[in-house]
Design a protein around this ligand. Structure first.
Ligand code: ADP
Length: 295
């Protein structure tokens, strides 16, 4: 298998190399997907419903076997991870109906027994701040409380790699803000690598995350949010003018849309804010436009 896509391969926390995955009798979800998470990166994974975000995160964690390609965590094959390596991962699945008869206190005591590292004061602080009843069966907690508990469980052992699948979907705006603040603290304090999927775009604008857009079974584009907002633009002009411009700048279009009168609109990520010919019109995109154009 080629490793040429990964000049920093030894330092990646997670890497997927030409991964293809289809469900039995189901759709092809990942298509020759190549991706990596570098230490300390915080990546928001964006994609439409059904685009394969959950499948990608499960495959990254070694929970699903791809038909082709290679997946590594901390430099080891994801499917054969040691217990020590597993203990470096925190995972919040999209929904988990396990442990419904446990109380939060029992659940946390149970998980504490597995991990060599466990930050009890962080757990206590979050349990109080997020107002989670400690001694009621988990099934009686609200969806938002269950989701917060799941996040606390994943943060408690201070993972080096935190994987969260739609962690904020049941949280109200205040809960989402608290969660993001916690995420940022975690990253600043410990250099945790974080990937989380979401479809709630407004929250992402609070932090300069890397955003990865998933579409067509691949990561179509990944870049820091401020860079995306500055450099991804719609250019409108004649096809020949746009082609020579893109060639001169060395960019490939992310999307092309033919317009009337021999005109065309292309979506490109410019190398930096570039000087453009007068006859080419450029317009920037906000995050919602980006999501629509790239997914
Ligand atoms: P997302 O998280 O972006 O909504 P998913 O990874 O959940 O996307 O799903 C990607 C595609 O795979 C969808 O078409 C979904 O219906 C299909 N899919 C997901 N899980 C299974 C499964 N266990 N068996 C068959 N098809 C599945």
């Amino acid at each position: 298998m080629s490793t040429q896509h990964f000049p920093h391969s030894t330092t990646a926390m997670a890497r997927l190399d030409s991964v293809s995955l289809a469900y039995p009798k189901g759709p092809q979800v990942l298509r020759d997907l190549t991706w990596q998470l570098l230490p300390g990166q915080v990546v928001g994974l964006l994609g439409r419903n059904g685009s394969g975000k959950t499948t990608l995160l499960e495959a990254l964690l070694g929970l699903r076997d791809p038909q082709a390609g290679r997946i590594e965590l901390f430099g080891c094959p994801a499917a054969q991870l040691s217990d020590e390596a597993r203990a470096r991962i925190g995972y919040v699945p999209q929904s988990s109906d396990l442990f419904e008869t446990f109380t939060p206190t029992q659940l946390l005591a149970y998980f504490r027994s597995f991990y060599p590292r466990w930050n009890e004061s962080k757990v206590e602080g979050l349990m109080s701040r997020w107002d989670i009843p400690r001694d009621q069966p988990i099934r009686k907690l609200s969806g938002g409380q269950q989701q917060r508990l799941s996040i606390i469980r994943a943060l408690a052992h201070e993972p080096d790699l935190l994987v969260l699948d739609e962690p904020v979907s049941s949280l109200d705006p205040v809960g989402r803000r608290d969660f993001l603040r916690e995420l940022v603290d975690q990253v600043l304090d410990r250099g945790t690598t974080v990937v989380f999927s979401t479809h709630i775009l407004s929250d992402l604008e609070r932090v300069a995350f890397n955003l990865a857009f998933m579409s067509g079974g691949q990561i179509a584009l990944q870049a820091p949010l401020d860079e995306l907002l500055e450099q991804v633009q719609h250019l409108t002009g004649t096809s020949s003018e746009l082609s020579s411009l893109m060639q001169r700048l060395g960019v490939t279009p992310l999307k092309r849309t033919p317009l009337e009168g021999g005109q065309e609109r292309v979506l490109v990520k410019l190398p930096q804010p570039s000087a453009l010919p007068d006859r080419v019109q450029a317009s920037a995109l906000n995050l919602e436009d980006l999501f629509e154009a790239l997914t």
